[in-house]
Ligand binder design. Structure first.
Ligand code: 4NP
Length: 151
């Protein structure tokens, strides 16, 4: 396995943060994995990450300034080995849009990280900065577990 894309709804809050955390954690662990992210929705295509995600990322030393929103495409199911959904709603979209020749596995991020099967990364879009910090911490905990499993 060599490439992973994190998937949320807008690709502005959760998955860019997951991507930034994964880049650093994987590099620190010496894991040679390509990392990307996308959204199932198209509203924010071409924009940067949400300023609240950028802020809580910067507080922990992750730089999301280069992020540009990308929408999930059929090609993602062939380009990536793993599509890691932030929640069940986006996992359902992945399953619904899966092309016949897909090779990627689509799974719930925290489930692959060993959390209980129903634990999701909650959508912080309508929340405050604390909600974004809780998302960052949950993603960091999940990524640490994922690194242990990938090693
Ligand atoms: P994300 O959060 O899926 O974590 O990027 C959201 C971003 C935008 C919207 C919803 C959730 N939106 O409705 O525009």
């Amino acid at each position: 396995m060599s490439s992973i894309s994190f998937v949320c709804l807008g690709n502005i809050c959760r998955s860019p943060l997951a991507e930034g955390i994964a880049r650093r954690r994987f590099a620190e662990a010496g894991l040679d994995l390509a990392v990307a992210s996308c959204g199932t929705g198209r509203w924010h295509v071409g924009e940067g990450a949400d300023p609240r995600s950028r802020k809580v990322a910067a507080e922990a030393g992750y730089d999301l300034s280069g992020h540009r929103v990308r929408q999930l495409s059929g090609d993602d199911f062939r380009r990536f080995d793993l599509l890691l959904a932030m929640d069940r709603a986006n996992l359902a979209v992945l399953e619904a849009r899966r092309p016949a020749d897909a090779t990627a596995r689509a799974v719930l991020f925290l489930e692959l990280a060993g959390f209980a099967a129903d634990v999701e990364v909650p959508d912080p879009y309508h929340g405050d900065l604390e909600a974004f910090r809780r998302v960052r911490e949950l993603l960091e905990r999940g990524m640490d577990e994922l690194v242990l499993r990938f090693r």
